[in-house]
Write a protein that binds this ligand. Structure first.
Ligand code: ACK
Length: 998
């Protein structure tokens, strides 16, 4: 190879085409060129110094790259001479906005070893320098004005290959200069004796290029020279709005960092490729945001681009508050299948949902009442109807408008009158289309009806033992009034004992009253249609039994009166002493009886409070707050609905009171739209329950009355009501387990009767069972108790009573006492022992009343221990004073639990034992009267056809009953045993010849 350096440079130029990158060249978008030697097609016109010397200096040479694109290069190669100082200076370069400048050099450089005979003269570096200047200084050049940027050395020069050839390598070096302050600058290259070819020089600065982020546009931004970032505010693109001010930071490297904030497309526009574009026809967007435009919902359209909403098709509407995404809807069609059930002067209307709901779910119903009369047209009999709106006192239950259920009860209509009811289904758009509204109509004629209540009662005259009263005939007699029933009782007695009188006219005198005593009284009228509702309770007091009240009498009468009074007082004191003694000895008195003997009539047993009737409070809500704790609704979490009560749903949930453990609770809710009375009745249960505190009475945790829904919160009973629980677990419990449950119920009832509370609706469905099989009495209330019991039926006397569970005297004349509760307990006992069987099966209520009245009783359930069946029979004694008290029931059950073997004798396989209670409470042998009871008991044998499901086979066993069997069950004295055995035999032979006489 030729060793002449120039020829070497020639080789260098030849090789250039191999190392220059292919054209066109793309630079990163964040680099802005101030100078690019390769971009220049003509001479660059840079000057070299010294310009006219004897030695060679930098030389501008034209060449082409491999695409034949012309390029300009500079080269120098004075490697053989000492003291080289060859300068090449660029033209003046305006700085623009740049502070920091980058210089990119591409060059080739020969290593001195590759050139012979240049030792000491050849160099392998050159210097890069710059000079700031505010304007172009032309060819004026002074070396010392330039500042050195760096000495540039080659990374690569020639590289030896295996074949011994040398390959030229292109070096690229980048240097930073700055900060610049003047308007422009020059670059200079100082050669001190190297063989170098400057292939390209590019001078650039960096910027953050214009960009759109989060729908905000950010302009080109030149970074600062220092390390700090430049904060740049973005501006929202067209048709968008700032959600949060958009910002970004421009780094010194020309990169955008940390976008903050954003813009959102206006309604009617959606985001497409970083811009906000109009929604197409058939689409809409009603809100600000970057979501897509939505298709118009059913029955709506948008004909134009950029729609915010879709308009409704003809006969379709959008209610105020309907979201734009909801389909347009229309009024519903008329309700269907209207059925009316008339009951005297009230009617229950029921209907089905409209076939077409108009596409909405907010359907309510409105019932319009019209009273219609036939008007004879021109004397012809087939006239037209004239209707007028019903009187305002017609009652709608729950209300006439805004009904959510498909039924309404309309009351207080006139008897024997035609009414038309128009039932309209309405939804949220009905008011927008009055012409499209449709209704279903039904016409009814009311029946004969019982009279309305007596409203006004007046006291005419009062003495110490009598009162004369008068009243007005009911506003709506609905027929001829046959008589009035007057029911009264001492206020203190709380209706546990009362008197009933009848009067034909509108006045009465009540005699035989106690002096200076408050009485409560109610009157109701009777027509051929039955009794009307009772009047509101009327209170009166008899005059005081004072000597001064008779001061006008003659002195003799006064004397007699005084001596009688003294005698009465003495007698009373004597009686009091005797009774107190007697009472101390006898603990088994019925609470009602005790009350008679205890002073002012209030029963006060040691340690037991007396039940207070919440109705005695003028303001019933005061009673609630006296007996029930107000709970904050936020402490209650409702989990699920477990059932439905009369007033609303029953839910299970949790109660977490501050600083107490969370507990499971049952929550009874009062559904919306209630009347004041319904609210009072609903809460009366809490006022009652809140007075009790006993392990076998459902415990009240509190009430929520200050927010809606109104709630009653009680302890949670995992196994629900006893009747369904037993049905679910048919025959799965031992006798002892069943007796344990029964003992709990009896104990709860003892507590209630001690408190003076009469339950009136004791039945297995009103007993709740917890996870430990503990039974608790529930369902308390006043009149309501029976109103909401589906078992309660109207009696001929107007009251609503659960016939199958109720004692005959309570059905016949509403004599509800703890003794009638004991009867019901007997039925519960039967329900438990038959695992939830329905008492009297499918017999009608009327048949049940008749059969019980005639002396029939339920037969023993399958495998029922004889002792328990006897207890049932005792509870079902016709004479209520002969029924066991709850205290006695508890003690009998306790004895059975202590002696479980006594449960082995079942009623099905042996005859009935004699009256267990008499036998146990007294050491006396039952008298002939008891034998009579026994014979009464015989009537209860399951041999009577009237009781279905009872076989004669059990009767067949009667005759086989031995005195031994009787001994086992408590009849230990020989006389009665013989009598019983012979009676059984007689009965058996009678059975074989015909049915048992009743
Ligand atoms: O038989 P159940 O599951 O038990 O269905 C009824 C329903 O609510 C309507 O009365 C249940 N229920 C009522 N009170 C409670 C309570 N305190 N704990 C658990 N369930 C209850 C009852």
């Amino acid at each position: 190879m030729d060793c002449n350096p120039r020829s070497l440079l020639f080789v260098l130029l030849l090789l250039l085409s191999c190392v220059i990158p292919a054209f066109p060249v793309f630079y990163p978008p964040n680099e802005v060129n101030l100078l690019d030697s390769k971009a220049s097609q003509g001479e660059l016109g840079w000057i070299s110094y010294p310009s006219h010397g004897w030695r060679e200096n930098w030389e501008e040479i034209s060449g082409v790259d491999e695409h034949y694109t012309p390029i300009r290069t500079f080269q120098v190669c004075n490697v053989m001479d000492y003291s080289q100082n060859n300068w090449l200076r660029t033209n003046w370069i305006p700085r623009q906005s740049a502070q920091k400048i980058y210089v990119e050099l591409k060059f080739t450089l020969r290593d001195c070893n590759s050139i012979p005979l240049v030792l000491g003269t050849c160099k392998e570096t050159f210097n890069l320098l710059y000079l700031e200047a505010d304007d172009d200084q032309g060819s004026h050049f002074q070396e010392h004005q330039f500042s050195k940027i760096d000495t540039i050395a080659a990374d690569e020069s020639f590289t030896q290959t295996d074949l011994g050839d040398r390959i030229l390598k292109l070096n690229t070096e980048v240097r930073e200069v700055g900060p610049m302050t003047k308007k422009g600058f020059y670059l200079a290259f100082q050669d001190v004796g190297a063989c170098v070819a400057l292939v390209s020089v590019r001078v650039y600065f960096k910027k953050c290029p214009h960009t759109v982020r989060n729908l905000a546009s950010f302009p080109d931004t030149v970074p600062m020279d220092s390390q700090s970032l430049v904060e740049v505010k973005g501006s929202c693109v067209n048709h968008s709005k700032e959600e949060e001010p958009p910002r970004m930071y421009c780094s010194t490297e020309g990169e955008w960092l940390v976008p903050i904030g954003k813009c959102l497309c206006n309604p009617g526009y959606e985001e497409r490729s970083s811009t906000c574009q109009t929604c197409r026809a058939g689409f809409y967007k009603s809100t600000l945001g970057n979501m897509e435009c939505s298709k118009c919902p059913p029955h709506s359209f948008s004909h134009h681009e950029g729609s915010l909403h879709c308009g409704c098709e003809k006969n379709y509407f959008r209610a105020e508050g309907d979201p734009a995404s909801m389909a347009c809807t229309r009024p519903p069609s008329a309700p269907r299948n209207v059925i009316s059930s008339i009951n005297e002067t009230s009617v229950i209307l029921e209907w089905s949902w409209p076939e077409d709901t108009g596409g909405r779910r907010d359907i309510t119903f409105t019932v319009l009442c019209k009273r219609c009369r036939a008007v004879a047209a021109n004397g012809s009999s087939s006239g037209t109807q004239r209707c007028e709106p019903c009187r305002s006192n017609v009652r709608f239950l729950p209300r006439a408008m805004g009904l959510h259920n498909t039924t309404v009860t309309v009351g207080d209509l006139l008897a024997h009158t035609n009414y038309t009811f128009e039932i309209e289904a309405q939804n949220g758009v009905s008011s927008l289309a009055p012409k499209m509204r449709q209704y279903a109509a039904v016409t009814i004629t009311t029946n004969q009806a019982a009279p309305s209540p007596v409203a006004v009662i007046k006291k005419e005259k009062t003495t110490r033992s009598s009162v004369s009263l008068s009243w007005q005939e009911p506003e709506r007699p609905n027929g001829i009034i046959l008589d009035y029933e007057i029911k009264y009782y001492e206020k203190e007695e709380q209706e546990t004992s009362y008197t009933i009188l009848r009067a034909r006219g509108c006045n009465v005198t009540l005699n035989g009253l106690k002096p200076n005593t408050a009485y409560l009284l109610q009157i109701r009228a009777r027509t051929a249609a039955g009794y009307g509702a009772s009047s509101p309770t009327f209170q009166f007091e008899t005059s005081p039994d004072s000597a001064f009240s008779i001061s006008s009498e003659s002195s003799q009468v006064v004397l007699i009166a005084i001596s009688s009074a003294v005698a009465i007082i003495l007698l009373t004191v004597l009686l009091y002493v005797l009774i107190s003694r007697f009472c101390c000895r006898s603990k088994s008195k019925h609470p009602d009886e005790k009350r008679l003997h205890f002073g002012n009539g209030h029963l006060r047993l040691p340690g037991i409070r007396t039940y207070v009737d919440p109705h005695t409070y003028e303001d019933p809500s005061q009673a609630v707050h006296e007996f029930a704790k107000e709970l904050d609704a936020s402490c209650i979490a409702i989990d699920k609905v477990v059932g439905a009560g009369e007033f609303g749903e029953v839910c299970s949930g949790r109660l977490k009171l501050p600083s107490k453990k969370e507990i499971c609770v049952a929550i009874k809710t009062l559904k919306g739209g209630y009347t004041d009375k319904q609210r009072r009745d609903f809460l009366s249960e809490a006022s009652i329950m809140g007075q009790f505190d006993h392990p076998n009475i459902i415990r009240l945790e509190g009430v929520v009355t200050r927010s809606k829904p109104v709630m009653i919160v009680t302890e949670y009973m995992e196994n629900g009501s006893l009747d369904s629980f037993l049905r679910k677990h048919d025959a799965q419990f031992t006798g002892i387990q069943l007796v344990g449950m029964l003992r709990g119920i009896a104990s709860g009832m003892k507590y209630l009767s001690d408190m003076g509370y009469v339950h009136r609706d004791l039945a297995a469905r009103n007993i709740l069972v917890n996870s430990n099989l503990v039974c608790k009495v529930s369902d308390f209330g006043l009149s309501r108790v029976l109103e909401d019991d589906p078992e309660a039926a109207y009696t001929t006397r107007g009251g609503k009573i659960p016939i199958r569970w109720t004692a005959p005297e309570a059905i016949a004349y509403r004599k509800f006492t703890s003794a009638s509760d004991a009867w019901s307990y007997g039925i519960v006992l039967w329900e438990v022992m038959s695992y939830g069987e329905r008492p009297y099966w499918e017999m009608s209520n009327q048949d049940v009343i008749k059969a019980v009245d005639e002396g029939y009783r339920l037969p023993p359930p399958m495998d029922c221990p004889a002792t328990l069946y006897q207890l049932m029979l005792d509870c079902w004694q016709k004479e209520r004073n002969n029924r066991p008290k709850f205290e006695q029931i508890v003690s009998i059950l306790d004895k059975l639990i202590r002696n479980p073997s006594s449960l082995k004798i079942t009623a099905n396989t042996t005859s009935r034992p004699a009256n267990l209670l008499l036998d146990r409470s007294s050491s006396e042998v039952p008298s002939v009267g008891t034998m009579g009871d026994w014979m009464d008991g015989m009537r209860t044998l399951p041999c009577k056809e009237a009781f279905s499901g009872v076989s004669y086979s059990s009767c067949d066993t009667l005759a086989k009953t031995s005195t031994e069997d009787l001994k086992k069950v408590g009849v230990t004295i020989v006389g009665p045993q013989k009598k019983i055995v012979s009676s059984l035999k007689a009965l058996d032979s009678h059975n074989k010849n015909g049915p048992v006489p009743v």
